[in-house]
Design a protein around this ligand. Sequence first.
Ligand SMILES: Nc1nc2c(c(=O)[nH]1)N[C@H]1C(S)=C(S)[C@@H](COP(=O)(O)OP(=O)(O)OC[C@H]3O[C@@H](n4cnc5c(N)ncnc54)[C@H](O)[C@@H]3O)O[C@H]1N2
Ligand code: MOO
Length: 417
Amino acid sequence: MAQLSKDEEAFGALMSVAQAAERAGSLVAPLAGAQNVALAEADGRVLARDIVARLDLPPFANSAVDGYAVRFADLAPAGESRLRLSGRVAAGADASGTATAGVAVRVFTGAPMPPGADTVFMQEDVGLEDGFVRLPAGLRIGANARPAGEDIACGETALKAGQRLRPQDLALLAALGLIEVSVHRRPRVAIFSTGDELSEPGEALAPAAIYDANRSLLRAMVARAGAEVVDLGILRDEPVGLAQRLSEAAASCDLILTSGGVSTGEEDHVKAAVERAGSLAFWRIGIKPGRPVAMGLVGATPFIGLPGNPVAVFVTFAFVARPLLARLAGAHFVAPTPLPVRLGFPYAKKAGRREYVRVSLTPAADGVMVARKHPQNGAGVLTSLTRTDGLVELTEALTRIEEGTIAPFFAYGLLIG
Ligand SMILES: Nc1nc2c(c(=O)[nH]1)N[C@H]1C(S)=C(S)[C@@H](COP(=O)(O)OP(=O)(O)OC[C@H]3O[C@@H](n4cnc5c(N)ncnc54)[C@H](O)[C@@H]3O)O[C@H]1N2
Ligand code: MOO
């Protein structure tokens, strides 16, 4: 608690993650400008307009199985029926001239239903003898037949503007016959690392230097979030040059992300540079790891200063930057849904901040997944991210969490899509 009271003395109560998200959201508006892209290029893009189905899906009633189509009314009211076999309709064939009164028609999966037929018996369930088909009792009317429009009806909204297109959305658009869609322009996101201690991978490592890991992390996270990456390299710890580079980036990008240099040390120059080139909206929020995160504007371009520690970069990108990026991209941000897991450890935390704990999952005898805390929880330990399955979220009000408590778990896949 001593640390918390010192924090409060120095900085006042920390802004919550939710308040920070709201504040950040109020500073950015969705980008103007849409473009048409071919379906083959549309994965991950954000729809600029609603898509209305211009045909029924499926477009015609068809058989869901290989079997025999009949008119339900021709079946015996009780017990087995026996109908003459007449006609054959394959997928892609024209069924319009096929007679169905009092007969069973051979059909295949995807074949149009012969006119008047409403029910299909699976071939495994029937008996064949001398040009007749024996049909067991018990099938309901409409069984194994797919009516036109059962998936989506002509005139219905198939996908809404703001949907970030996933593989299954692309399949739906293709099934509706579309070859291109109108999508929002992708935000251009400038990425900088800051710090005199940073070397580029591939270069010789100078004394007291480390290789820049955060730009690789951010490049991939930004790209997976559907934005265009503008990698601007490493900025040195020097406020005037920093402000200059930030202003240049603001002129050609829609969002600036930096990592490092946002804490309290006198070598942490990023906040001062942002104040020189624009304005700070907030600094420090109630999140761990990642507390020193800063947000502001450089000119009119939103800026997020992520902390330097790589785990803090991961967490603050996922929970602070990603919702803002979605808003810029014109997307409906769907907050990832955590799943319940059982904590395999007790935990003590400070009130007033949201903590994300790196955990690995193993199933217990009762089938519930048990979360085990990674032994190293330093915000600079990259293997704590590579050797675990995801993050357990412990919300602001919690202080003491007992082993066995059910807690929300975010698999990494939910945070980097
Ligand atoms: N007196 C205080 N010290 C610190 C505080 C505090 O409140 N008071 N906060 C701590 C927390 S929490 C974090 S997180 C860090 C964040 O500080 P900065 O954003 O100023 O980050 P740096 O000091 O520049 O770097 C922190 C750490 O991360 C390494 N780093 C930086 N960039 C990269 C990169 N691109 N790739 C890999 N590693 C990177 C850097 O070398 C440092 O070790 O501050 C705490 N201190
Ligand atoms: O909150 Mo800082 O991000 O861990 O170490």
